[in-house]
Design a protein around this ligand. Structure first.
Ligand code: WTA
Length: 634
């Protein structure tokens, strides 16, 4: 290869046969086409690969930026593309979803069968008065009914708001209230590490306090006794046998720009915000990015090991794989249950060909050594993926060597809830550098700049920016368009650039190395948490007057949370209280938000305007220079 010598650092060149068989064989050529005529490029892809009830008048409307519109005037429904069209084709009897529960139960749904369930559940929702524009909160474990519920909402034109099943009462309550959902769909429980997570119990606590929920639908999964409130709560399996269910329920005709879902995520300040995605642009973006980056073909078995409750699961477990008509695998439980080879046994059993997971999972499994994966036949794998945080080169190499047997390229995909799908990522034809997400997806223009928007020097740290619109971009923050503009588009208002909130550097070859968040977001095991939400859980404890939390580096989880608390008068610090505060956050917010440690302090460093300076706390903890203290109050 001609350019092999020219690149700097450690480079893994793709095998010629990988490139030859890929959907995209020449990155530069496709990227050129896309950047020269963005609207033409996406218009062609959208018309050739998707079905529309009515075509668009305009591919991209940027007249009211940053409120961009894509496929303006077109009519479609993502469910029409994910299910309806496959049921009419030879795909009908193909497996859409293969599922294995933690307890070992197995289920397969063909496209026909999945569509049947979605139609039935869509008619149940319609009979409850759910339709276009309504919000439905979904709080479930990782089971096929979660996917059915999401698709049924989309089919009737309602927006789902999925709350991750690892969250607890406060987090669920906030999200129900902010979205003003009328319906909550949940499970009796979820299996995790052989234990039951009591989802219905948590849901009851939240619904009792939330004013908006009229009906609760509960899927029976774990089978323990749960409290069902007469007149409010219904079993899913009872509803699915009612005379109203229609296995041929029609799909609602939606405008391309109509909302598909909202998904809450943490931002710079305050409560989590509801990121809004649409039927048209999100569909085109997620399906195309998945097809090109993971090079998916008809015969692949795709396993995205994320949770459907996060954007990775929305885009790459539920929507994109179905739109592409491929077979997905979903596993309910923990990677180490009952033994640390559970995942590898699944790869062998189901012949998984492409596996997509997070660095934290890889590091967690690495700890158990090579003998566990080596017990299984992993030869079906042909591509691997990573998402959620920067992958350290050591984990990358282990994944490459021990799991991929040095033949599977690793797609390190950088993206966000807000971007809908992959933004900076290799394609199978792009040479890889362990730890770098490489280059922008075709048509996306990214850069690393300083405060003024000037590009920083080679390998210097700066702000990551995205300079061009893309079909899968968030359209707004539901209910708060001002915050949408403020949070993402105000720093580089003049230039019209999107600010993701990450810092990065660009190397000699133009490769992007994402460093981390520049705001008050902490990534714990790849999960995105906001300091504000954890702090507010802490101050909801009677002993706490004020709290600040920071992320500290951790070998497996990426980051762990450390909390600093000022106590109210009459309370005294003790290790018992510290433990109680950790448990309190776990109970209010969910186990992932539980601080690894709590320090009781007399004061917190603040700016003169009263903002807590978390970076000072962090620098102190890490024994680093605390930097510029000119804004510190005392
Ligand atoms: C981080 C997850 C480095 C980043 C899809 C981003 C990454 C945030 C990568 C979004 C990656 C995600 N390399 N960092 N490959 N992927 N991130 O919204 O900080 O849960 O801003 O979306 O995760 O997290 P979110």
């Amino acid at each position: 290869m001609a350019d092999e010598k020219k690149m700097t650092g450690e480079v893994y060149h793709p095998a010629p046969e990988v490139v030859a068989n890929a959907h995209i064989t020449d990155y530069d050529k496709v990227n050129d086409q896309a950047t020269k005529d963005l609207a033409g490029f996406w218009g062609k892809i959208a018309s050739e690969n998707f079905e529309w009830y009515q075509p668009w008048e305009k591919v991209l409307d940027d007249s009211n930026a940053p409120f961009y519109k894509w496929f303006v005037g077109a009519k479609t429904n993502i469910v029409h593309n994910a299910l309806d069209r496959h049921v009419r084709s030879a795909n009908r009897n193909k497996a859409a979803l293969i599922f294995e529960g933690e307890q070992g139960d197995r289920r397969t749904y063909t496209y026909q069968q999945l569509n049947h369930e979605v139609c039935k559940f869509a008619s149940v929702l319609r009979s409850m008065g759910v339709g276009k524009g309504d919000r439905v909160t979904i709080y479930m474990g990782r089971v096929p009914e979660l996917m059915i519920a999401m698709l049924a909402c989309a089919k009737v034109g309602a927006m789902h708001s999925v709350v991750y099943g690892g969250f607890s009462t406060e987090a669920l309550l906030d999200r129900i209230e902010d979205s003003k959902s009328k319906i909550l769909i949940t499970c009796d429980g979820a299996w995790l590490r052989g234990n039951i997570i009591e989802l219905k119990k948590i849901a009851n606590d939240a619904v009792d306090r939330a004013g908006t929920i009229q009906s609760v639908i509960c899927v029976k999964r774990t089978g323990q006794d749960v409290e069902m409130v007469p007149g409010r709560d219904y079993w899913y399996h009872d509803l699915m046998t009612l005379p109203v269910v229609d296995p041929n329920a029609p799909t609602e005709v939606m405008d391309a720009e109509d909302p598909l879902f909202i998904l809450y995520t943490s931002g710079t300040t305050g409560k989590p915000k509801a990121i809004l995605h649409t039927h048209g642009g999100y569909m085109v973006w997620t399906a195309t990015t998945l097809k090109w980056v993971f090079d998916l073909k008809r015969e692949d078995v795709w396993w995205c090991a994320a949770d459907p409750g996060w954007i990775t699961g929305h885009s790459y477990i539920v929507y994109a794989p179905l739109v592409l008509g491929i077979t997905s695998f979903m596993y309910e439980g923990a990677p180490t249950h009952p033994y640390p080879d559970r995942w590898w046994s699944l790869v062998a059993r189901y012949g998984i060909s492409v596996l997509y997971t997070a660095p934290t999972a890889i590091r967690g499994l690495m700890r158990f050594g090579e003998s566990w994966p080596n017990k299984h036949d992993l030869s079906s794998l042909r591509l691997l993926g990573s998402v959620g945080e920067p992958i350290n080169p050591e984990a990358w190499k282990w994944y490459y060597r021990v799991i991929g047997k040095e033949k599977c390229p690793i797609m390190d995909t950088w993206w966000q809830t807000e971007t809908g799908g992959f933004m900076i990522t290799p394609l199978p034809c792009v040479p890889l550098k362990p730890g770098s997400a490489t280059r922008a997806f075709p048509g996306v223009v990214v850069d690393v700049v300083d405060e003024e928007g000037e590009p920083v020097g080679v390998n210097e740290e700066g702000y990551l920016v995205i300079k061009t619109p893309w079909p899968g971009m968030l359209r707004t923050i539901f209910g708060d368009p001002d915050r949408f503009v403020q949070q993402y588009w105000s720093r580089y208002e003049e230039q019209g650039w999107y600010l993701p909130g990450d810092s990065a550097r660009k190397d000699e070859d133009g490769y992007i190395w994402v460093i981390g968040r520049i705001d008050d977001v902490i990534k714990v095991s790849g999960y995105r948490l906001g300091t504000a939400e954890i702090e507010s859980a802490l101050v909801s404890h009677p002993a706490v007057a004020e709290a600040a939390v920071i992320g500290l580096p951790d070998e497996v989880k990426g980051n762990i949370i450390k909390a600093f608390c000022i106590l109210r008068q009459g309370y005294e610090g003790s290790s018992k209280l510290e433990q109680e505060l950790r448990d309190h956050v776990g109970k209010e917010m969910g186990p992932i938000a539980k601080p690894a440690s709590v320090a009781i302090v007399d004061s917190l460093p603040k700016t003169r305007s009263g903002k807590i300076m978390r970076r000072v706390l962090k620098a102190q903890e890490m024994g680093q220079d605390v930097g510029d203290l000119s804004t510190l109050a005392d």
